[in-house]
Design a protein around this ligand. Structure first.
Ligand SMILES: *Cc1c(COP(=O)(O)O)cnc(C)c1O
Length: 399
């Protein structure tokens, strides 16, 4: 295969398609009234965003910029699922007026809604409301925030959810059509989604909601060895939801991000130098931790090595090689490679499962964005060229 200039990301289109089909296949089988809202924040690479659109996904966005990007890439207002605490009023109005999905997150948004509804008294508006609830209590040790509360949506336990519902119900031409329950977890277990679905039922019953959709959010696993895949989640979710909902009346919305794109994405880097300092072998590569772990939370990486020559079996085994990035930050170290053949200039380290929270979180630090290729029929097609200083300068003025 051609040797392209590293570093670059590769998205394998067939693997991505396979994951998308696995998701919709499992939804169809278990709850045949569903909608996929692709989570823009996880990876908003324009090619990816248009790939999922062609497959029928709506855009799940959490800011005005993401909303405008979705519009720019061809999503209609009715194809938007608008979440999160940081919407703009003008985009909030556009989406609601067009019949898109808006999940309310705050009192401020209720005031925008009140204003909008009174300006259009002859129109009815459907909204969703995001519930903040104690998932940790249902799944001890599994949630991201643990005993500390999450900060999104209206708190069920404190009565803020009931209060918000009361306020919305007072607006004559507004109906609460949806419940949004996205919660992040460390475990991404089937049990987490079972519990979220159970909470949807509990809230529906308690407040006598007649819902046209339940939105479980994202946070699924995908492409991780010995972890759940889409077909493991939806039978359990459907079983729980069936207690209070039926597919004929209530649509199941899912907002996958990382689970869809993890497995299909790799990041290819090259060794350009090695050096020994105080007994440590440093292997300098042209990829950076900022490309694949910008939030500095990963403790291990999936990877494989493509040796530059046929001689890797003849190379000495080194007890420890510290694989490092190109930046000038000491923390830019990816992993320590143990008891392995000596790495030399030209060897390639290919990181796997790097589709989510990488390209979208990559800072413009020291080097600009790397290129992205799609693997299609064993050819690599460039869908984003490497960014240059020209891209960086755009929009600036030298006064
Ligand atoms: C982050 C997020 C998602 C996607 O989460 P993944 O872990 O990437 O699947 C979906 N919905 C909302 C509201 C989110 O904040």
């Amino acid at each position: 295969m051609e040797m392209l200039q590293t570093p670059y990301f590769v998205i394998d289109e067939a693997v991505l398609q396979n994951y998308y089909d696995m998701l919709t296949g499992s939804l169809r089988e278990n709850w045949n009234n569903y909608l996929v809202g692709y989570s823009f924040k996880t990876n908003s690479l324009p090619w990816l965003v248009s790939f999922v659109k062609k497959n029928g996904a709506f855009a799940e966005v959490v800011s005005e910029d993401e909303y405008l990007l979705a519009r720019r890439l061809g999503y209609e207002n009715r194809e938007i699922i608008y979440n999160g605490p940081y919407k703009s009023e003008s985009s909030f109005r556009e989406v609601l007026l067009a019949g898109g999905y808006v999940n309310l997150d705050s009192r401020l948004e209720i005031s925008w809604l009140t204003r909008l509804a009174s300006e259009y008294p002859e129109q009815t508006f459907s909204v969703g409301i995001r519930a903040n609830f104690d998932l940790e209590k249902m799944c001890p040790g599994e949630t991201t925030m643990g005993e500390i509360s999450g900060r999104f949506g209206f708190c069920y336990e404190s009565g803020k959810f009931a209060e918000a519902l009361g306020l919305i119900r007072e607006i004559p031409n507004v109906t609460v059509a949806g419940l949004h329950l996205h919660s992040s977890s460390k475990s991404r277990s089937v049990n987490i989604f079972r519990s979220i679905a159970r909470m949807a039922c509990q809230i529906q019953k308690e407040f006598q909601l007649s819902l046209s959709y339940v939105d479980l959010g994202g946070g699924y696993c995908g492409g991780m060895k010995s972890r759940p895949e889409y077909p493991d989640y939806f039978p359990a979710i459907a079983e729980e939801l069936s207690a209070c909902f039926a597919p004929e009346q209530t649509k199941l919305i899912v907002e996958p991000g990382i689970s869809l794109i993890s497995k299909c994405t790799t990041f290819v880097t090259s060794v350009f130098d090695t050096r020994d300092i105080k007994g440590t072998r440093y292997v300098m590569t042209d990829g950076s931790r900022f490309n694949i772990d910008a939030t500095m939370i990963k403790t291990s990486h999936l990877f494989h090595i493509n040796y530059s020559g046929p001689d890797s079996n003849d190379r000495p085994l080194l007890p420890q090689q510290v694989i490092s990035g190109f930046t000038c930050m000491e923390c830019d170290r990816m992993f320590t490679h143990e008891n392995s053949p000596e790495l030399i200039s030209g060897d390639r380290i290919v990181y796997e499962n790097v589709g989510g929270y990488t390209m979208s979180l990559n800072p413009l630090f020291i080097q600009y964005f790397p290129a992205v290729y799609i693997r299609r029929d064993d050819k690599l097609i460039q869908v984003r060229r490497k960014w240059t200083p020209e891209d960086y300068i755009q929009g600036t003025t030298l006064i």
